[in-house]
Write a protein that binds this ligand. Structure first.
Ligand SMILES: [Cu+2]
Length: 132
């Protein structure tokens, strides 16, 4: 093959690699451990994690401890009607998220397992993973 042909092949390989990375790796925000902060009122440690809502949830996976209350702070940036509501079925939560504001939802996982959360239409999705 000529140098020109080799460079076309190399370009295609790089493009394919990038596309795979973009869709299969970059799109998945890493699981983020909930950060413990101290509750000023009771002095008890409570985990808190900020989840940015902007066409999706970032991070979209949150790790929590079974039996420990955790504050999910939804920080909504976009104004698409899709993300205006967040639903956490396992906890009976359905909450409106105003754009440009932080909405705090406190949950306590009763048992180890995964608890999905999603927008009102189940298009945007995230997962709470509870470990003992
Ligand atoms: Cu939606």
């Amino acid at each position: 093959m000529s140098l020109m042909e080799w460079s076309v092949v190399a370009g295609a390989v790089v493009t394919i690699a990038w596309v795979n990375w973009y869709f299969f790796v970059a799109g998945r925000a890493p699981a983020l451990a909930a950060v413990a902060v101290t509750d000023g009122g009771t002095g008890a440690a409570i985990a808190e994690v900020v989840i940015m809502v902007d066409g999706g949830y970032s991070p979209n996976t949150v790790r929590v401890k079974v039996g420990a209350p955790v504050r999910l702070v939804f920080d909504r940036k976009d104004d698409s009607s899709c993300s205006e509501e967040v639903v956490i079925p396992a906890f009976g939560v359905r909450k409106y998220l105003p754009t440009g504001a932080r909405t705090t939802i406190e949950v306590t996982a009763p048992a180890a397992g995964t608890y999905p959360f999603m927008c009102g239409m189940s298009m945007l999705r995230g997962t709470i993973i509870a470990d003992a």
